[in-house]
Design a protein around this ligand. Structure first.
Ligand code: SAH
Ligand code: SF4
Length: 385
């Protein structure tokens, strides 16, 4: 069987080359050919000895999942669907802005967390992506865009930021995620700064601590509710790691983080979590944790609807009123612009098409049954229950 070289960070490639009797600098050359020049075959790598190229061509490959489709939005957003086999499809989204190019990457086919407002969560979980499948999304998008964007210098980097905000919960696929992050940051790879690579999590506390030690990139935490009853309902993982525990982990993370704050994402759901009382509860919560050392920034995401969610987007005045309460309390708050919604590329619309092996609909129905008892009336209203 051949080894996919996209599965390795530089240290992994060094170890692999050593097994082939090659020195460290050969691995660096190889790594640069793959990630910086986008090489797909060993013949191109003219500064590697012919004998090494021959060895590699029999034992290794550079294999990227097949692109199923590409959609381009009127706002310049591009969404790719990749076939990762056995009926699973994952999505990757490029979001161009004046001062940056952001790539939103998937970490799993489906997701086991099952957040109510997330289309990926509604599908259920199929499998973890390999490091190669995570890295391939960046490899493919970067080299595609260099060729296709109308720019003076085709060698210049196009993607300046990566957000692990596509399909899946990155911290539930930690072992594969970690080498992928290292490839993104490596100067011989994509050379992205730690501030410009963001891992977004629904709150895997243990893994937040691991990330702080192993590779402290920017952290975004999907909060979505100011108190546990509501968060238990929206983000079922909260039952395992309640808000206080999560915010303590965020405070610990801050010591290692490349930015001096943690970003909290808050999906605005009409009548569910968007009332003034929720904003006031959030302010009180953040004040309590600020006293213990937590600095935060809020990113309000107007809910992107999808069929079967049974939820509605908060209207703009509601979002603005919510933001004002936070800002009046001194919390830096932004409202996320929706990009690419004409091609279903907005947050939480990434459904791909996974083989649903966990029967998500049944699980959702059970959750709904089990949880309604504990939710306040204001919550039930928006859920149409
Ligand atoms: N699993 C990780 C990362 C992927 S989701 C996480 O949950 O953080 C990326 C972001 O999109 C998260 O903040 C998530 O809560 C948000 N999101 C999911 N579904 C959404 C929807 N339908 N509308 C708006 N935001 C959504
Ligand atoms: Fe999974 Fe994130 Fe979607 Fe929740 S929001 S189901 S954690 S991908």
């Amino acid at each position: 069987m051949t080894t996919n070289l996209l599965d390795y960070d530089l240290e992994g490639l060094v170890a692999l080359c050593e097994q082939l009797g090659e020195k460290r600098f050969r691995a660096t050359q190889l790594f640069r050919w793959i990630h910086q020049k986008g090489a797909t075959n060993f013949e191109q790598m003219t500064d590697l000895a012919k004998s090494l190229r021959e060895k590699l061509s029999t034992s290794a490959c550079i294999q990227v999942p097949k692109v199923v489709s590409r959609h381009e939005s009127t706002d310049g957003t591009i969404k790719w669907l990749f076939d990762v086999g056995a009926g699973d499809v994952i999505e990757t989204v490029f979001i161009p802005e004046a001062d940056r190019g952001t790539l939103c990457i998937s970490s799993q086919a489906g997701c086991a967390v099952g957040c109510r407002f997330c289309s990926t969560g509604h599908q259920g979980f199929s499998r973890n992506l390999t490091t190669g499948e995570i890295v391939s999304q960046l490899w493919f998008a970067e080299h595609f865009l260099r060729q296709h964007l109308d720019r003076k210098n085709r060698q210049d980097r196009v993607i300046s930021n990566v957000v692990m905000m596509g399909m899946g919960e990155p911290l539930q696929n930690y072992a594969q995620l970690l080498p992928a992050l290292k490839v993104m940051l490596d100067d011989h790879g994509y050379g992205l700064s730690r501030r410009r690579v963001t891992v977004s999590t629904s709150g895997f506390v243990r893994m937040i601590d691991r990330l702080a030690k192993d590779c402290p990139v920017a952290l975004a935490v999907s909060l979505h509710a100011p108190q546990d009853t509501l968060r238990d309902y929206l983000v079922p993982l909260n039952k395992k790691h309640p808000i206080a525990e999560l915010l303590q982990a965020c405070t610990r993370y801050q010591a290692a983080a490349p930015r001096d704050f943690i970003t909290f994402e808050y999906c605005m759901l009409d009548g569910v979590n968007d009332q003034p009382e929720h904003a006031h509860q959030l302010v009180a919560l953040m004040q309590t944790h600020a006293a213990r050392g937590l600095s935060c920034k809020f990113n309000l995401i107007p809910f992107n609807p999808f069929p079967a969610s049974g939820l509605k987007r908060s209207d703009m005045p509601q979002v603005m009123a919510f933001a004002k309460i936070l800002m009046d309390a001194g919390i830096v708050t932004t409202i996320r612009k929706t990009r690419g919604d004409d091609i279903d590329a907005a947050c939480g619309q990434l459904a791909g098409d996974v083989q649903d092996r966990t029967s998500a609909d049944q699980r959702m129905a059970a959750q709904r049954q089990g949880m309604l008892g504990g939710i306040k009336v204001v919550v039930l209203k928006g859920l149409g229950a």
